[in-house]
Ligand binder design. Structure first.
Ligand code: AMP
Length: 223
């Protein structure tokens, strides 16, 4: 039987988190829980959450902690996450969110928190070139577009530049990452469940590095 996993993937926007989390989710057969995707779906559907979140997102600001904590708390209660685990992408983003997460998972703690390390210079270039499918969230770039006229290879949705991938909003998000999310490294180091993985290189190689870290963390914990 394929073992599940309970992992958080940290990393600057554009570090390849989305791509790697989708692969990890297939590898361990666990849901990929991306708070950015949940919010973008809510914006697209025009729900009250979406309306509330959009103004923060467009400016590259963080959506308030209590909103995010409520969303994740609800999602982690679903049977798939309860049974097999999850790959958390984009959450926690602040120490307050990390503390709230600890409170949600006391009975089933995290295996490991992986920081996907890619320099600010590299992610800036990647983000400016990034394009995404509005329907399924698949990632493309100007250098690697979909096969047909900005139509998603997987679902046929429209492939566009994200509203928050403007130069100004990107810079703001990267600043916020250094300010609010980087302290999470210390938080998880003090719990002894933090590991850094080099996020530069072919996607397959990066995936293999992350899997090695997760598997050895699970072994250490006797899982
Ligand atoms: P992402 O796709 O992870 O880059 O998220 C896109 C945007 O959604 C972020 O710039 C934030 O505005 C918002 N967001 C996603 N996750 C969180 C979170 N955990 N806390 C606060 N805001 C979030």
């Amino acid at each position: 039987m394929i073992p599940g996993a309970r992992v958080v993937i940290l990393g600057r926007q554009g570090a390849g988190k989305g791509t790697q989390c989708a692969r990890l989710s297939r590898h361990y057969v666990v849901p990929h829980i991306s708070t950015g995707e949940i919010l973008r779906a809510a914006v697209k559907d025009g729900t009250p959450l979406g309306q509330q979140a959009k103004r923060y997102m467009d400016g590259g600001e963080l959506v308030p902690d209590e909103v995010m904590i409520g969303i994740v708390d609800e999602r982690l209660r679903h049977a798939d996450a309860m049974r097999r685990g999850y790959v958390l992408d984009g959450f926690p983003r602040t120490v307050a969110q990390a503390q709230a997460l600890d409170g949600m998972i006391t009975e089933r703690p995290l295996d490991v928190v992986v920081d996907l390390e890619v320099s600010r210079e590299i992610v800036l270039a990647r983000l400016a070139a990034r394009r995404v499918c509005v329907d399924c969230g698949a990632n493309y770039s100007v250098a690697v577009p979909p096969k047909q006229n900005w139509t998603c290879d997987f679902c046929g949705g429209e492939v566009i530049q994200r509203d928050d991938d403007t130069e100004e909003a990107i810079a703001r998000r990267l600043d916020l990452y250094d300010l609010q999310t980087a302290p999470l490294a210390d938080y998880y180091k003090s719990q002894g469940i933090f590991d850094v993985v080099d996020g530069v290189g072919a996607a397959d190689k990066v995936l293999a590095r992350i899997v090695a870290v997760i598997d050895s963390a699970r072994e250490r914990r006797g899982a």
